[in-house]
Design a protein around this ligand. Structure first.
Ligand SMILES: [Zn+2]
Length: 339
């Protein structure tokens, strides 16, 4: 399959180990040049916009966009981002419609899609993104493909626990004010708060203990909190249950009903169950959807428990072929609806 060869070509850039196309950098640039060649071979009119994003337009319904990103984290995997672009080129050629886009710098904060949205330049009417699932849901449900309902929102902040530092040997257990023991209880409560809300997750990834001596009772502890949920109401409830005052918050974004519906219909047409799931990671489709562009995402099953941002990313050739089929049919359907 041509698209598998192209994924290999992109993966080989930088010489390994893993995919090495961080933004900005020569690896990402080389990938953009390769993709530009493939777009032009597909009969698309190639253009680089003033934000550095690569576009390949067909003459039919260029306002319907399909694509993803070509940059990776250092030592990334074969599928994250690249799959959405090479499959998009395939779909646009087969459907004879649409515009393929490769956005710049998704892994470092959706640089290209943010710049496009902020610039006031014309936006697509519809955006469709195929991406590898970065979790285990589809594999658990025995489904090769899934339709994304929305992109989770997140809130991040810190909690500080104060106690009284003291000598670890001479202070009796009774009457101690150990800040880390307080924090430990809170960390368990954070886990339980997230577990009790549908689709919510919460993580404590950093713990800083003061004064930090092996023989000193902790006097103060600072923990980080990363809380995520698929809708704003659940995120509010999670943040309230944790009791954190978020320093940073990004709202959840729902995918467009029309694109979700079109993807589900095409899955059904192939006799596949239309498993729906939220995305726990951010994507260019979320940036476009947040500004009102009708957007949708199709996920391909990970065969490795959802490992991504790693050379261990794995999806089967069969699942990738199915994904291209559904992407093409959906692009056709969304274009036809616009005539
Ligand atoms: Zn990605």
């Amino acid at each position: 399959m041509r698209i598998l060869e192209r994924l290999e070509q992109l993966y080989a850039i930088g010489g390994g180990p893993g995919a090495n196309r961080p933004h900005p950098g020569p690896g990402e640039d080389e990938a953009f040049e390769l993709a530009a060649g493939w777009m032009s071979d597909a009969g698309l009119e190639v253009e680089v916009d003033r934000h550095g994003n690569l576009l390949g337009r067909s003459s039919e319904h260029p306002e319907v966009w399909v694509g993803s990103h070509l940059d990776t984290v250092p030592q990334g995997g074969k599928f994250d981002g690249a799959l959405g672009v090479v499959a998009g080129i395939e779909a646009a050629e087969l459907a004879g419609a649409g515009t393929v886009v490769a956005f710049r710098g998704e892994e470092v904060g959706c640089v290209g899609s943010h710049a496009l949205v902020a610039s006031g330049d014309p936006l697509p009417a519809v955006f469709l993104e195929l991406h590898v699932e970065q979790g285990p849901v589809l594999a658990d449900r025995d489904a090769p493909l899934g339709v994304v309902t929305g992109i989770v929102g997140y809130a991040r902040g810190e909690l500080v626990f104060r106690g009284r530092a003291g000598h670890a040997g001479t202070t009796p257990m009774e009457g101690r004010e150990d800040a880390l023991v307080g924090a430990a209880g809170a960390i368990l409560a954070i886990r339980d708060a997230a577990a009790g809300l549908d689709g919510a997750v919460a993580t404590v990834g950093q713990v800083a203990v003061e004064p930090g001596g092996v023989n000193v009772i902790p006097g103060s502890v600072r923990i980080s909190v990363d809380a995520r949920a698929p809708d704003a109401e659940t995120l509010d409830r999670l943040v309230a249950a944790i009791g954190v005052d978020p320093a940073q918050r990004t709202e959840p974004v729902a995918m467009g009903a029309r694109v979700r519906g079109a993807l589900s219909e095409e899955l059904a047409a192939l006799g596949l169950s239309a498993v729906e799931l939220p995305s726990g990671a951010g994507h260019d489709a979320g940036i476009l959807a947040a500004t009102g562009v009708e957007s949708g995402m199709l996920f391909v099953r990970s065969l490795n428990g959802g490992v991504s941002h790693s050379p261990d990313e794995l999806s089967s050739d069969e699942d990738v072929a199915l994904a291209v089929e559904v992407l093409t049919a959906t692009l056709r359907r969304l274009s036809a609806r616009r005539t």
